[in-house]
Ligand binder design. Structure first.
Ligand code: FRU
Length: 493
């Protein structure tokens, strides 16, 4: 039965969502039908389509109590909006249906697992968001909350584990047929830990263990965990709050991490061997993965950062967008990402240049646009005297530009959106280490109206950011200090 609260949201989105013009949205990145979005949720392949749900508040682009928005796609790039799937309409989730995940049940139903939130008063009168785990099952459009909800509460947690920071279940079925889920939690040392729960049927859950813990190393609370086996390695993705930077590896505030190690399913033992950021840009958080029918592990994130949400000007009909879906793989023990191969189907209008001598300001005919897939291959013009700096400006006009800058001598790539329309005192730059001392570097830059994602050296590092400038700022310019030779392959998308 559809509740009044869900019906009202659906009515609102029907009226107001259809008013948003296509050209006011990203073309192939999912944005909310109307209003606010943050995390991607329930990313899954079900009944012949990819389903992507999203943290949603249809009534305002500034956010509010969370619903689940819903869209489906057959190629992960063209999305069809479906009516909102979940609303905060029950006693255990009346203050929000927080993030969660999905899978297909053997009986053909689609199972959603999410965090229900209810505000309570603490002993000092403060508001505490009590978090419990809930289920809803459905047919890909209509979902019924499970009568046994909540299925996991803080009551089964060991002493000292938080009942307040206990959220974002990611559910999967192991090769042994056992249902498992990982949930972010705050442990007795006040920092994040990832808890593992097991179930025979997906509905009745037991607490198993702490799969891995932060111990105050990498930020504080760990949100939105995901766990899977990739190329023979156990991989845990999570989004820490309150990070401190470590060299160029992490940055202050909300960040993303990937722990890579060994995983033994029989005992559910994960032994961490390496950690790194997932995305080195400004706007990327709360990522989640799914397995495609042809066996690719594809990740999608919220292309935004809680601390910089307010750089978008004015009261627009929507706020927040998802990243490009990215195929993940492990190479030499590190996480690599490449844009999903389906993107190549959108390419048209190929323009190619070889051996361009990059000057102080180089503009190339037909190399411009805000929906672009562009590959740049750089090498030094003179190997005895490697250039100092190479930069490309995108989304540029007389006033605006978004900059990517590479300095081989410092083995560093930098993005800068100071001139990308922000009127706020917030961070506009991010740097990442790249191995390019010989002046050779490959960049693949994807633009989609309000965003830029850069894949460095075939996916070794990725940097994402959003920019909300006028679409008329569509210039692309190159410049160098020293001699740079550049090949360009550019497509419109
Ligand atoms: C991450 C997060 C999740 C939570 C959701 C609420 O961005 O804080 O931990 O479930 O957003 O919208």
């Amino acid at each position: 039965m559809t509740s009044r609260i869900l019906r009202d949201a659906r009515r609102y989105e029907e009226v107001h969502g259809s008013l948003v013009k296509e050209e006011e949205r990203p073309a192939f990145h999912l944005s909310p039908y109307v209003g606010w979005t943050n995390d991607p949720n329930g990313f899954s392949f079900y009944d012949g389509h990819y389903h992507l749900f999203y943290q949603y508040y249809p009534f305002s682009p500034l956010g509010g109590p969370k619903y689940w928005g819903h869209a489906v796609s057959s190629d992960l790039l063209h999305w069809e909006y479906l009516p909102a799937a979940l609303a905060p309409d029950t006693a255990y989730d009346q203050d929000g249906c927080f993030s969660g995940s999905a899978l297909s049940l053997p009986d053909g139903r689609h199972l959603l697992m999410y965090t229900g939130v209810r505000a309570e008063r603490g002993s000092g009168g403060e508001v505490l968001l009590r978090q419990v785990q809930c289920l809803a099952a459905g047919d890909g459009e209509e979902y019924e909350k499970y009568e046994g909800n909540p299925v996991i509460t803080g009551d089964i947690l060991p002493e000292g584990f938080s009942r307040i920071d206990f959220r974002d279940p990611k559910i999967w079925r192991g090769s042994d047929g056992v249902y498992r889920c990982v949930i972010g939690n705050r442990g007795p040392d006040d920092s994040g830990q990832i808890l593992l729960f097991v179930s025979e049927d997906g509905f009745h859950w037991d607490y198993k263990k702490v799969l891995t813990a932060n111990h105050n190393r990498l930020g504080k609370m760990w949100e939105c965990p995901d766990f899977f086996v990739l190329d023979g390695h156990g991989v845990l993705l999570t989004s820490p709050e309150e990070m401190l930077p470590e060299g160029l590896e992490y940055h202050n505030g909300n960040g993303t991490i990937c722990l890579i190690g060994d995983y033994e399913e029989k005992t559910d033992t994960f032994t961490e061997k390496h950690h790194q950021s997932v995305d080195y840009g400004i706007d990327f958080y709360a990522m989640q993965t799914t397995l495609t029918p042809d066996g690719r592990r594809v990740m999608i994130g919220w292309m935004q950062n809680w601390n910089t949400c307010h750089i978008r000007e004015g009261n627009r009909p929507w706020f927040g967008q998802m990243s490009l879906p990215r195929e993940l793989f492990i190479k030499e023990g590190r996480l690599y990402q490449r844009p999903i191969r389906e993107l190549e189907e959108l390419r048209h209008g190929k323009v190619e240049y070889e051996n361009v001598d990059v000057g102080q300001k180089t503009v190339l005919k037909s190399v411009s646009g805000r929906m672009v897939d562009m590959e740049l291959t750089l090498r030094p013009g003179n190997t005895d005297d490697i250039y100092k700096k190479f930069a490309v400006y995108v989304a540029a006009d007389h006033r605006y530009r978004t900059e990517v800058c590479f300095r081989p001598g410092e083995n560093e790539i930098k993005i800068d959106r100071k001139f990308s329309g922000s009127r706020k005192t917030v961070v506009h730059q991010r740097r990442a280490a790249v191995d390019g001392a010989d002046g050779r570097l490959k960049l693949r830059i994807i633009l989609d109206r309000f965003s830029m994602e850069i894949f460095v050296n075939d996916g070794e590092k990725v940097l994402s950011l959003t920019m909300y400038t006028d679409q008329s700022a569509d210039g692309i310019e190159f410049c160098s200090e020293g001699s740079v030779k550049m090949d360009v392959v550019k497509y419109d998308l």
